[in-house]
Design a protein around this ligand. Structure first.
Ligand code: PLP
Length: 395
């Protein structure tokens, strides 16, 4: 076995079932391992590397911070990059206030604290939270409890009290679960880990109305589906149903860790000095990365490229479905697409990797496409060609 992998197995806790490759660099939408083998990347570090690899503007932005000699200065002081990034985030979302943290789970923890503080300020005990079945919100205690999947929670009880899980896209069931103790409803506009399942526009419209009626905060977890992935800066913008709170991470820093809680209207001023903090949140390096990514999202041609690429990928996958009965459904939006198979996909992922294509799963039987948003039509064709060869030999 490769020396690095052997050493990694000695050194790391066994929390990941890694593929047996060591990635050392990339260019465009291709990465290479340390033996020099090239792979076409349709995963982008799980929806993180939206510009692919070697993006000159991102590299220059990061280099400028490194050359300044200060990567971090603490949130006791202002830094211009984070201020600029937060301003762009507000402008792109039409939402008022931003808090920066370091990851998706941490963004959701911030949102959980915000909604509970809001609820308690309205009425004692108004602290219950409804999330969706099959959702995924992260691995820390609050976010893990918010996650509507037993497999992530079963070994770690007791969970945080006050959570319940509604069937996704079922407004009648959601409405029936709301009580006077409910302070927030959490929804992923497109469920990612749960199998690439979009919320219907109707569900979001009705959820918004329900929240307004009962003074409940509507929270969207856009950690995976946000940041241009759907061809809109944020996935909810297609439906025009605005949340009170939105959480972001993954692609926000283009590969540099940063997360955000974004809040609007009555949610915007809930967190006050002393309520919440993060040592690293939005430091100079992460702030500059986010600012660079957000600047690109302000460019309409960047977003229209995502929409065109999405249509092309969808068309090609639809053609593949006509050829293989094992493909049950193609779903998702933008460059967040899932291929529902009739079987576990891990052997398909292994064979694709062998053939030079990096693909991910979502759950056990869905192939997930979340490529860099800069992907070209030729690269999409190459990916679908490799997958089709793998399916032809393995099904
Ligand atoms: N929320 C969603 C929708 C996610 O897809 C993820 C990660 O996959 C998270 C939260 C957790 O993000 P992180 O791994 O950065 O903590």
């Amino acid at each position: 076995m490769d020396k690095i992998i052997e050493q990694g197995k000695q050194a790391f806790m066994e929390t990941y079932a890694q593929f047996p490759i060591v990635l050392t660099g990339g260019k465009g939408r291709h990465v290479h391992d340390h033996a020099g083998k090239r792979y076409l990347d349709m995963v982008a570090g799980i929806a993180v590397n939206i510009f692919g690899y070697g993006d000159e503007r991102l590299s220059a932005a990061l280099k400028a911070v490194i050359d300044s000699g200060m990567l971090h200065c603490s949130n006791l002081y202002w830094n211009p990059y984070a201020v600029q990034a937060a301003t762009r985030l507000s402008r792109l979302s039409g939402m008022e206030k931003v808090f920066f943290c370091n990851s998706g789970t941490e963004a959701n923890e911030g949102a959980l604290k915000l909604v509970r503080k809001y609820g308690s300020s309205k009425k004692e005990g108004k602290t219950d939270i409804i999330t969706m079945q099959q959702s995924f919100h992260g691995r820390t205690y609050g976010s893990m409890t918010a996650t509507g999947q037993v497999k992530y929670q079963k070994s770690f009880k007791p969970l945080v009290p006050g959570f319940s899980y509604a069937p996704f896209n079922d407004i009648g069931a959601l409405r029936a679960m709301v009580t006077e103790k409910t302070c927030a409803i959490f929804i992923e506009p497109i469920q990612g880990e749960g199998g690439v399942i979009p919320a219907t526009d109707e569900f979001l419209v009705e959820a918004r109305a329900l929240c307004d009626e009962k003074d409940i905060l509507l929270v969207y977890d856009e950690v995976q589906c946000g940041m241009g992935r759907t061809g809109y800066p944020f996935a909810w913008q297609k439906s025009k149903v605005k949340p009170d709170v939105m959480t972001l991470a993954k692609a926000l820093g283009g590969g540099v860790p940063i997360g955000a809680v974004v809040a609007d209207g009555k949610a915007a001023k809930v967190l006050q000095p002393g309520d919440h903090a993060a040592t690293f949140g939005g430091n100079l390096l992460a702030g500059a990365a986010a600012d660079c990514v957000l600047e690109r999202l302000e460019d309409a041609t960047f977003l229209s490229h995502v929409q065109k690429s999405s249509e092309h990928l969808k068309q090609e996958l639809d053609k593949l479905q006509l050829r293989f009965d094992a493909i049950k459904e193609i779903r998702g939006r933008g460059l967040m697409l899932g291929v529902q198979m009739d079987r576990p996909v891990r052997p398909i992922l292994d064979a694709c990797m062998e053939a030079g294509l990096i693909l991910a799963n979502a759950g056990t039987d869905v192939l997930r496409f979340v490529p860099p948003l800069t992907i070209t039509q030729d690269e999409i064709d190459e990916a679908v060609h490799i997958l089709s060869g793998v399916l032809a030999t393995h099904l």
